[in-house]
Each structure stands twice: as C-alpha cells, then as structure tokens.
Design a protein around this ligand. Sequence first.
Ligand code: SF4
Length: 355
Amino acid sequence: MNAGVEALRREIAARADGLPDTVVMEVCGTHTHAMRRYGIRQLLPGNIRLVSGPGCPVCVTDGRDLARALWLAGQRNVTLCCFGDMLRVPCGKESLLSLAAKGARVRVVVSPLEALQLARAEPRRAIVYFGVGFETTAPLTAALVDQAGRQSIPNLSVLSVHKTMPEAVRTLMRSGARVDALLCPGHVAAVAGAEAFRFVPEELRLPAAVSGFEAEEMLLALAALMGMLRAKKPGLVNAYPRAAAPYGNPAALALLEGVFEPRAANWRGLGEIPASGLALRGEYAGFDAEKRFDIPLTDVPEPAGCRCADVLRGLLEPPECPLFGSACAPQSPVGACMVSSEGACAAHYAYGRDL
Ligand code: SF4
C-alpha cells in the first residue's frame, strides 16, 4: 500500500470512528467496478458500507426501450448501431446479439460518429444509432446529430434513450433509500459540472463528494464524506477538480442543449422519472428514429427471479440475488446488471463476493 493510500485510510478510519453504521452509495457503475478492482471496501472500517446505485447506463435501460431497439434491428432495411455492452442484454427471449445471429444488421461501434461514416458508405440503408448513456456519452450523440444535420445525411437517425443523473438521484433518495452519503460520478460532473450535485446537500440534506476513479481519488472523496458526516454538516466537495469544473464543460453542454431537450424517461428499477431523459429537439425531428419509424411499444417483464431493480436501488447486494453465480453469470447473464461492464452484479462476480 503506498503512503498516500495508507494516510487516507487512516484519515477515513479516524473520521468514521464512533459514527453509527453508515451507508455510502456510489451512484456510478464505473465507481462500483473501480472500488472493487482496488479493494477499497477492504480498506474501510466496518461501520462504513458501500452500496451501488442506478449509475450503470446499460443496466437502467428499460425493457421497453430495449424492445424498441430490437424492433428497429429487425427491420429489413435498417442497420442498428450500438455500444457492445448492449448486445447481450436480455429482452424477453431475445437480445440484439440473438437477432444478429438470425441475420439482423447490428453494428457495434466505439464512437457514435462511426454511424455517420456507415450512413455515408451505405446510403440506401437506414442507419439508426441507439443512444444510451448519461451526460458522459450524450454529448457524443449530440455531435453525431449535429454533424448529420450539417452534412445533410438523410439516412441517419438516433433512437435516444439517454438519461441525466440528477433527477434519478432525487427520485431514489426521496423514495426512502437508506443512504447516508453520496459518492457522485466524476465523469458526469466533468460534463455537467460538480455544482450539478449541489442539490444533494441543499435539498436532500446529505453529504456529497464528486470523485475520480483512481484509488486515492475515491479515498479522498470518502474521507470528505466522513468528515461531513462527523461534523453533521452536509455539503458538496469536489474531490475531482482536475476533470470536473464547478460548471462543467461549456462546449459539451452547448452541444447537449442545442440538440436535446429534457423529457420523462423510464428507468429499470426506478420507473418513469420526469425530466430525466433526453429527446431530440423538434428541429432535429428528421434524425429522430421515434418520428421516422412507427415503433411499437412493448412491455417486457423482468426475467423471472432477477433482482436487478433492487440492486439498482441499493436495496440488495448482488450476491443476495438467488440467481447470482448459479443461473446468472457473465457467460449466461439473466439480467442487465450481469451483462454490462459497469453492472454491479458483474463487478461482484469479477472481483469476489466479499470485496
Ligand atoms: Fe439480475 Fe443476475 Fe444480478 Fe440476479 S445476479 S440481480 S439475475 S443480473
């Protein structure tokens, strides 16, 4: 253990000494994995418990939204572009991967702008980009739509199920979640600004710390949370100032604002949350897959026995799901939380039940 980590571990232990059992929610799936990869849980005193939240974008994509993507992928003249994490998420008896195996054109991309290249290369096909993710990835989709407009690419459209974090956190905390402090996602704050989480202490009366993803950054944020809990003074600490400015990234925010507008979104585990999703603005209707295609709405029940909804609300540790590690494992996932590289169940499976 390096000296910096050891000093922070001691500082956390000193500040947490005498606190009652304390639950810290790491909102973001990237934190969930980073915490377990670095063994952060093992460094914390026994009265501090970390729980995962609704910050894995693949996991919170609702079954109905996934069904819309599958419907599009099943259309004869459509190529659906998406990130690789979405491929294996079960949707009833199918997934994008199973449709691809039956001949559907599903293209994995690492950047939304690849969809633009594909649309230019295949002008007779309808190219649909499946936009999934939070403030972190939504600006890339906005850039795609902006470029498609500037270059007049008529065969490109976007199915946006992008979501924004603050309203989901508000809804979850107001639903009575047993959480004492929030570790806020640094990459969301890098775009939206650390001040986007100011509502956590001011409205919810909970301490919040924006954190990066290195071990020392997460420990620094946890030390800040323990200090605020000990002093009983909830506030907002930006422990990731190297990437997250108070008011975010102006260029990314301008792109988001120009292309998207807020709308209600369906979250797996949380239901419909007003103003927590991003829809294309009216001037971009020509690039909106929801307007270009008559996509049916299909209810998709959660897989039998899957407890993803409880995991995403921080009510259940993944190993407490009866299917964890037996019927549900990364090679045969039952629920979204085991599929995604940011999913809490995948993190517990990869790094061990006890970390
Ligand atoms: Fe769902 Fe599998 Fe996680 Fe259980 S272990 S909650 S079935 S993803």
